[in-house]
Design a protein around this ligand. Structure first.
Ligand code: HT9
Ligand code: FE2
Length: 361
């Protein structure tokens, strides 16, 4: 039986965007940091990360691969729905994509955002971007943001298998005592305190994922690995507190103590973004090397077929909700499945309210 996706006539992949060539780097960084109070030195430093990779972020090719995989998955599962792509910070920009969707006669689209967790950056800011782009395109399709999916089995099982594969890359004798170091993007502590409807959703959701992955790895290997949640890519003013510890500081601490082998599990990123290829594979890998720690990095979800099928599941689930049907929402771990529509004040903007789609305010 073909899944019913009524009332949707399209899926929109909503992402961050990244530069494609060296000339794009500075304008891209200006887009990202407009009004965000990032010190100049930090921008120069991050610019160097991009230049070090030829001025090209991996993120756009990752999204092109995800688009192709979603189209393939839809067509092999009898879903005949066009899939579009629009970004917050780089071409294809959301407003251009909405204009294209309108020309194609699209009336109502479900939006899959490439951020699994609740925070201003990963939730409300995208909802503001969608509102702004819709306002700029008269007759733009109606847009529904699909729920956050950090605890969807399609994401968790991909991260469990990635962790098992990374553990298996370690020398045999180092595996059992290896630490699983779950890594995500640092955010200001104040942003975490405003995350989700009641605050701290960002940290709570990551802890839940880490715990669930550790437990599922134990069921496979028989070892409950020691683990920690750490952060990368801190930015902002040094005087503003951000979530800690930094991954490099954490490696220093482990090197001064038990010196376990370490497996970095980048649960905060759904594909190999710049933060993964630079902050983890370049910088943290160099730290581990300098400290003499045995090191492996688990893959991101990317286009793992279970992760791609999750996108379809979220679409089919939300379509049923919009038709007024009862649904069962897949979720694993200690937190329930996320809400479809954000509560008023969810992931508040520190600068004050702005129009945002998909919420009650
Ligand atoms: C929570 C979170 C996610 C995950 C959720 C999601 O996926 O959305 C994320 C994703 C990403 N962040 C990215 C890049 C950047 N983020 C920056 C700055 C910032 N990120 C923040 C948070 C997050 N960021 C914050 C609080 C800032 C400070 C400024 C502000 O308050 O907004 C800066 C400016 C320089 C710097 O400050 O480091 C850059 C260049 C890229 C593209 C990577 C690529 O090219 O592959 C991606 C996917
Ligand atoms: Fe970021």
């Amino acid at each position: 039986m073909q899944p019913d996706v009524t009332p949707y006539d399209a899926l929109l992949l909503v992402s961050f965007g990244g530069p494609e060539k060296p000339e794009d780097v500075v304008p891209f960084l200006e887009n990202v940091t407009r009004g965000r109070g990032i010190p100049r030195e930090r921008l120069v430093e991050v610019g160097e990360h991009y230049f070090g990779f030829g001025g090209k972020s991996p993120i756009n090719d990752q999204n092109r691969a995800l688009l192709a995989a979603i189209r393939e998955d839809f067509s092999s599962n009898g879903i005949d729905l066009p899939v579009y792509w629009g970004n917050r910070n780089w071409d294809p920009y959301l407003a251009d994509t909405l204009a294209e969707m309108k020309r194609d006669g699209i009336k109502r689209a479900a939006c899959f955002v490439t951020s699994a967790y609740s925070s201003y950056s990963g939730c409300r800011q995208y909802r503001e971007n969608l509102a702004e782009a819709s306002a700029a395109v008269e007759g733009a399709p109606v847009l529904d943001r699909l729920r956050h999916y950090f605890n969807h089995p399609g994401f968790i099982t991909a991260m469990v298998d990635a962790s098992l594969s990374a553990i298996a890359e370690l020398p045999h004798e180092a595996r059992d005592d290896a630490h699983l170091i779950f890594v995500t993007h640092s955010i200001p502590t104040a942003m975490n305190e405003a995350s989700g409807p009641e605050g701290s959703a960002y940290v709570d959701q990551h802890r839940s994922v880490a715990e669930e992955v550790v437990e599922r790895v134990r069921l496979e290997t028989g070892h409950r690995h020691r683990h920690d949640l750490v952060y990368c890519s801190r930015s902002g003013s040094p005087r503003t507190p951000w979530l800690e510890p930094d991954v490099n500081d954490h490696l220093e601490e482990l090197a001064a103590g038990a010196r376990p082998a370490v497996v970095l599990v980048p649960i905060g990123f759904i594909s190999d973004h710049m933060e993964v290829v630079y902050d983890l594979d370049t910088e943290a890998a160099a730290t581990a090397e300098r400290l003499g720690l045995t090191f492996a990095r688990a893959a991101t979800a990317g286009i793992d077929p279970r992760f791609v099928a999750m996108v379809r599941d979220l679409l089919v689930e939300r379509a049923a909700v919009e038709r007024g049907e009862e649904v069962s929402r897949a979720a694993v771990g200690n937190l329930p499945a996320c809400w479809d529509v954000c509560a008023a004040g969810c992931c508040a903007n520190a600068k004050g309210p702005m129009p945002a789609l998909g919420g009650r305010d």
